[in-house]
Design a protein around this ligand. Structure first.
Ligand SMILES: NC(=O)c1ccc[n+]([C@@H]2O[C@H](COP(=O)([O-])OP(=O)(O)OC[C@H]3O[C@@H](n4cnc5c(N)ncnc54)[C@H](OP(=O)(O)O)[C@@H]3O)[C@@H](O)[C@H]2O)c1
Length: 244
């Protein structure tokens, strides 16, 4: 039986690590994983690439390695790598951080989505692109100017790609994963209350056990992508469905 392929960014920790582990448990998936950190797990179904998605020239040079052609049954790309960015109000943001954040959260997934569509447009495999967005895409949060904007933009880009693409073998999703217990949430809790007035609420999420585990969210993402015909909308939120 032919294998399926997952191309995943941000696999080295947090939600991405849990998504990678979930797919590696299925023996019929090869995984191509992209982060700056290489884990070196020695799994024959895993190929890791150390790429800084903040540097688009590096990404461009590495692109030919990321889209293998083989007789895959299904090809999934999950653009999961993301950065909360510098938590500062507008007026105090540094341009170097803005540039990195836009590259990682928006331009890299735009570029990878476009390259994926081009690479696999003639493939007879089922093809799914899932760009990880955020609830913050549709809610202004003080201190998160770069984060809210880049997540809103990738959600819109994904909707445009879905609207353009008439091939029924392609599906596009922009997915909000809820509030997940990862290093990103640690970073949020360590910010300054003056820059991030909602900090207490986020500290309470952790203290009150309201964060989802990366494994719970990865299981939902895997279920959604494995049952994509049950999910008709491009914009999805894991909090809107339960596992059967
Ligand atoms: N945690 C939440 O509550 C939450 C809520 C809504 C949305 N999200 C979204 O979910 C996704 C995963 O977040 P997470 O919470 O798992 O974050 P995380 O624990 O901070 O992990 C981020 C991942 O992205 C990779 N990454 C960051 N910068 C990169 C760069 N310049 N180049 C390549 N890879 C880079 C990191 O790998 P390296 O450091 O090894 O490069 C890491 O694997 C993100 O898109 C985030 O915006 C998270």
């Amino acid at each position: 039986m032919s294998k399926s392929l997952l191309i995943l960014t941000g696999h080295s920790q947090g939600l991405g690590r849990a998504i990678m582990d979930t797919y590696l448990q299925k023996d019929d998936f090869e995984v191509i994983a992209i982060s700056r950190t290489v884990l070196g797990l020695g799994n024959p179904n895993l190929t890791e690439h150390s790429i800084d998605l903040g540097d688009l020239e590096v990404l461009e040079n590495e692109l030919p390695k990321l889209f293998p052609t083989a007789d895959y049954k299904e090809i999934i790309m999950i653009n999961n790598a993301g950065w909360i960015g510098e938590i500062k109000p507008v007026g105090s943001m540094q341009v170097k951080h803005m540039r990195i954040q836009v590259n990682v959260n928006l331009l890299a997934p735009m570029y990878l989505t476009s390259a994926f569509v081009d690479a696999y447009k003639d493939s007879s495999a089922k093809k799914i692109i899932c760009n990880i967005s955020s609830g913050a895409a549709s809610k202004p949060v003080e201190g998160w100017g770069g984060y809210c904007s880049t997540k809103a933009a990738i959600a819109m880009f994904t909707q445009v790609a879905a609207k353009e693409n008439k091939d029924p073998l392609f599906r596009f999703f922009s997915l909000a994963p809820g509030i997940v217990d990862t290093a990103m949430q640690d970073e949020i809790r360590q910010s300054d209350e003056l820059d991030f007035p909602q900090i207490e609420r986020f500290k309470n999420y952790k203290e009150d056990g309201e964060l989802s585990s990366p494994e719970q969210v990865a299981a939902k993402i895997c279920y959604m992508l494995g049952n994509e015909s049950k999910f008709q909308d491009v914009i999805q939120d894991v909090r809107n469905f339960d596992l059967p």
